[in-house]
Write a protein that binds this ligand. Structure first.
Ligand code: CS2
Length: 457
């Protein structure tokens, strides 16, 4: 008999398998506890089908510039596919042994308005989840499972958001309370009083696993249908605020447990993810396949350093004990790691959900201080070129974004139509950006991404 699971993880993908699951398994080795994980895929059976034949164990491969280190991870007990059997997922989340429900469902999985952080009640999955007890969305699963626990007299689980959203715990709390209140105000009151939603900052670069990665392991005698590849660096900053104080001994394995994660989240989202997205759009347009390829070009390496130095760091408050210039140097080293083949196309995905917290916050604060930020304006213009769907050589781009069709229509109309997208740009910011982004967009069309970047240096 396996131990009772302590965690249900919604959205079990490569990132959590290479990050949170590794910490949890090391914490159990260090200090014990029943923290086995039941993974949930909301949509696709791919992960379950790949891992079930190997008992849900898998290998996490650390890729450094000097070689690879392989670690076997055995903390996942089972994987459920919500679309096939929503009842089984709710039953797992309502088990008394489950103390934490963690999530990596990507930015769009919270069914919120990225510009404001509030639940989007018109989202089709939310409309579905309001109409009946078997949900489709991540917020729907959280609310319906909490409803079961409330009815059964169990305490709520802690909700541990591990997505790249600012104040992610507060965002998911807001979305859950809003949805719960529409279903049953007494349930919402209970969650508000008893529930815990610690915010977290998660960081590890985890490119999608490629067929050649699987083949390379196989050549070493390691059979794994779906290993995960990751860089050596890893960071997890977690607000230490769990229901009944119950959590794995994360502090024993290097997780930073803090009172307020906000300064860490802002630093990471703006310095790492903000430049990742900037390099992804402009690098892709310039014909680069990966981030490492992009920063191997001295023009882009100088560009990203300029973004940090002149545009991002000046409006950022450093977290306690962190020197932002040193953090930037470390980031560039991570981007340069040639073993990590992280595709610009992968990072370019879902830009409408990512831009506000990664780039637009910095831009708004810079403009409000009466300064300009030409590099980030060029990045926004790069996103606009990218979602237009044609690269600089006239080839089609496969744009992945929940708003892709709307973005393509607006891109055909021009910059003002994209700036009028209120899910991404507030009215004030759109006005402040209009002339700068239009000029940057014109430059991109006229001279191409690489030259436009070079001209800014
Ligand atoms: C990336 C992130 O795909 C993306 O959008 O920017 O996945 C990034 O690699 C991680 O947040 C690093 O911690």
């Amino acid at each position: 008999m396996p131990a009772e699971p302590g965690i249900v993880h919604l959205g079990l993908g490569a990132f959590f398998r290479a990050h949170g699951a590794v910490y949890v398994s090391r914490a159990m080795q260090a200090s014990g506890g029943d923290w086995d994980i039941i993974g949930v895929s909301l949509q696709s059976p791919t992960m379950r089908d790949a891992l079930a034949p190997q008992g849900f164990a898998y290998h996490a491969v650390e890729q450094g510039p000097e070689g690879e280190t392989v670690r076997r991870i055995e903390v996942v007990q089972d994987i459920l596919v919500a679309k096939e059997d929503p009842e089984a997922v709710l039953a797992a989340m309502a088990r008394a042994s489950v103390k934490i429900v963690s999530l990596t469902v990507t930015e769009k999985g919270y069914c919120h308005n990225p510009a404001t952080g509030a639940l989007n009640p018109d989202h089709p999955d939310i409309a579905h989840d309001l109409a009946g007890p078997l949900p489709r969305s991540a917020p729907g699963y959280l609310v319906r499972a909490l409803q079961r626990r409330h009815a059964a007299g169990l305490p709520p689980f802690s909700v541990l958001c591990c997505d790249n959203l600012p104040e992610n715990g507060r965002v998911v709390r807001g979305v859950v309370l809003d949805l719960a209140r529409r279903i049953d105000p007494a349930l919402a009151d209970w969650i508000e009083a008893e529930g815990r939603f610690p915010s977290t900052m998660v960081d590890r670069i985890v490119p999608a696993t490629k067929p050649e990665d699987i083949a390379r392991l196989q050549a070493q005698g390691i059979e794994d249908n779906l290993p995960v590849m990751h860089e050596p660096f890893s960071q997890w900053v977690v607000e230490d605020d769990f229901v009944g104080g119950e959590r794995p001994d994360l502090g024993a394995v290097g997780v930073q447990l803090v009172e307020d994660v906000t300064p860490f989240e802002h630093m990471k989202l703006r310095m790492l993810n903000g430049t990742h997205s900037s390099l992804a759009y402009l690098g892709y347009l310039a014909g680069h396949e990966t981030i490492a390829d992009t920063v191997a070009d001295p023009v882009f390496a100088a560009f990203v350093q300029k973004l940090w130095r002149d545009e991002i760091i000046p409006v950022l408050t450093p977290p306690p004990g962190v020197e932002l210039a040193a953090y930037a140097d470390q980031l560039l080293g991570r981007y340069r790691n040639p073993a990590i083949r992280h595709r610009t196309w992968q990072i370019a995905m879902d830009g409408s959900q990512k831009l506000p917290q990664r780039i637009l916050g910095t831009l708004a604060e810079t403009l409000a201080a009466g300064r300009s930020a030409p590099g980030l304006m060029l990045a926004v213009a790069g996103w606009m070129r990218y979602v237009g769907g044609t690269d600089e050589a006239g080839r089609p781009i496969e744009v992945k974004d929940p708003l892709a069709a709307d973005l393509a229509r607006r891109a055909a109309e021009g910059v003002p139509a994209l700036l009028a997208l209120r899910a991404v740009f507030s009215e004030d910011l759109a006005r402040a950006l209009e002339s700068g982004v239009t000029a940057a967009h014109d430059r991109l069309r006229a001279v191409g991404a690489r030259k436009a970047v070079e001209d800014l240096l």
